[in-house]
Design a protein around this ligand. Structure first.
Ligand code: NZQ
Ligand code: ZN
Length: 384
């Protein structure tokens, strides 16, 4: 196991009716900006629950944050934060609203000239406004981590950033608020959280038994409950297990002291930016390609995955590896996902533009930092 230092300071408030505990989490006398997305919270009663819980507190609102939040929209919120001298941000939504809120918290305190540098150049941030969240979609783990991903639609770029300064102070997780999600978004959450675990697991063994056992359990739970939720969407226990699993999938716990490979996520950004694929959909297409392309280097972990998560009976080693790759793809398909680029009309002559961001950012991806733009192109060509 590799060395690590670890602290996750996010307070979790979990369960039915827990939005009512909101005010108790806020410092006295704060001006709160409530941030939300396209308005689903106004139709499903979450907005009313939040407003009731905040009665007596001075609040402002900023709605209209898009899925895959856009930089320009975020900057409008930054203006409001500065004009109204807001001192606390409350994200009410899924990963997009929470990510946007983290960026807004950073940009509002940024001393450099252009806040886009935070994403484009990884510019250091020294301060961020405090934030909390009410999660409405179990998927990204953003409610319990220090990462955010922002798009710049005018330049068709999507980029991520991480800083301990943007850990939420608290996250309220009520599984009941996820009942109103379209099943497609529920499935997105299942595949995204499964992928978060796999990208911290599917590398090479470093005898990290705790992390491996946690990761394998999380994948089993997400796979089993994910298949169940499609048939029983209003089952509280299924929703609760999926919600808590998604937070644990990307709250840094399983990633301590182990190598990681985020290549599927990073390569996938341009499938969203250029072709509009949902975040989870990009991953379902790319991961089987990464596994195939790196199957020699990842052999030991692919075998463990096949045995512990997909219950594949050992035959020969190479058959086990191939069957595990097939099983992962079959799982994505059984969750209703397409797994080939051609299913989106994407062709070979689109591949150069799809890896342009890997080239421009000079990314060397994977646990061995050996997936450059050319390797990324080869991976994508396996998925045509
Ligand atoms: O905009 P509203 O009206 O809220 O509708 C949203 C949106 O249309 C809707 N929705 C959310 N909760 C709902 C609901 N509809 C009905 N009932 C509810 N309870 O669902 C749609 C998708 O929401 P979004 O927040 O975009 O989804 P998700 O949580 O999957 O977030 C995706 C974003 O997170 C980033 C992705 O790149 C993408 O931009 N990620 C963030 C990560 C992180 N911060 O750690 C890691 C991830 O790998 C990911 O990259
Ligand atoms: Zn993800």
């Amino acid at each position: 196991m590799n060395n690590f230092e670890f602290c996750n300071p996010v307070k979790i408030i979990f369960g039915k009716g827990m939005i009512s505990r909101l005010t108790a989490q806020l410092p006295a006398g704060v001006k709160v900006l409530i941030l939300y997305g396209g308005g689903s919270i106004k139709k499903n009663g979450i907005y009313d629950q939040v407003k009731n819980a905040l009665s007596g507190i001075e609040t402002f609102e900023f709605g209209g944050i898009q899925p895959n939040p856009d930089y320009d929209t975020c900057m409008k919120a930054v203006e409001l934060v500065k004009n109204e001298k807001i001192d606390f941000l409350l994200a009410v939504g899924g990963g997009s609203v929470i990510d946007a809120t983290k960026f807004i918290a950073s940009a509002a305190c940024y001393e450099g000239e252009d806040p886009w540098d935070i994403l484009r150049k990884g510019a250091a941030i020294k301060k961020a406004l405090p934030l909390g969240c009410v999660l409405t979609l179990a998927a990204t783990g953003s409610e319990m981590n220090e990462r955010f991903v922002i798009s710049k639609n005018d330049s068709k770029l999507k980029l991520g950033f991480a800083s301990p300064l943007v850990f939420p102070q608290f996250a309220i997780l009520d599984p009941e608020v996820t009942y109103s999600l379209p099943l497609k978004q529920v499935a997105n959450g299942v595949v995204d959280s499964f992928m978060h675990v796999i990208e911290q697991y599917l590398t090479y063994p470093v005898n990290a038994r705790v992390q491996d056992a946690f990761a394998e359990s999380l994948m089993c739970i997400i796979k089993e409950e994910g298949l169940k939720v499609l048939k029983k969407p209003n089952d509280y226990a299924i929703r609760a297990n999926l919600m808590w699993a998604a937070s644990n999938a990307l709250n840094s716990w399983i990633g301590q002291g182990v190598p990681q490979d985020w290549s599927s996520h990073r390569i996938g950004y341009s499938l969203t930016a250029l072709f509009g694929l949902d975040h989870a959909q990009t991953l379902a297409v790319i991961l089987p390609g990464v596994m195939e392309y790196k199957k020699k280097e990842k052999k030991d972990k692919i075998i463990s995955l096949g045995l512990s998560v997909f219950n594949i009976m050992p035959n020969s080693e190479s058959a086990l590896v191939d069957e595990t790759i097939d099983a992962v793809e079959a799982f994505f398909r059984s969750m209703g996902f397409s797994t080939r680029l051609s299913e989106f009309g994407i062709k070979e002559n689109d591949l150069n533009s799809l890896v342009q961001h890997v080239r421009e950012m000079n990314w060397q991806l994977g646990e061995h930092a050996d997936i450059d733009w050319q390797a990324a192109k080869e991976i994508l060509s396996l998925r045509l």
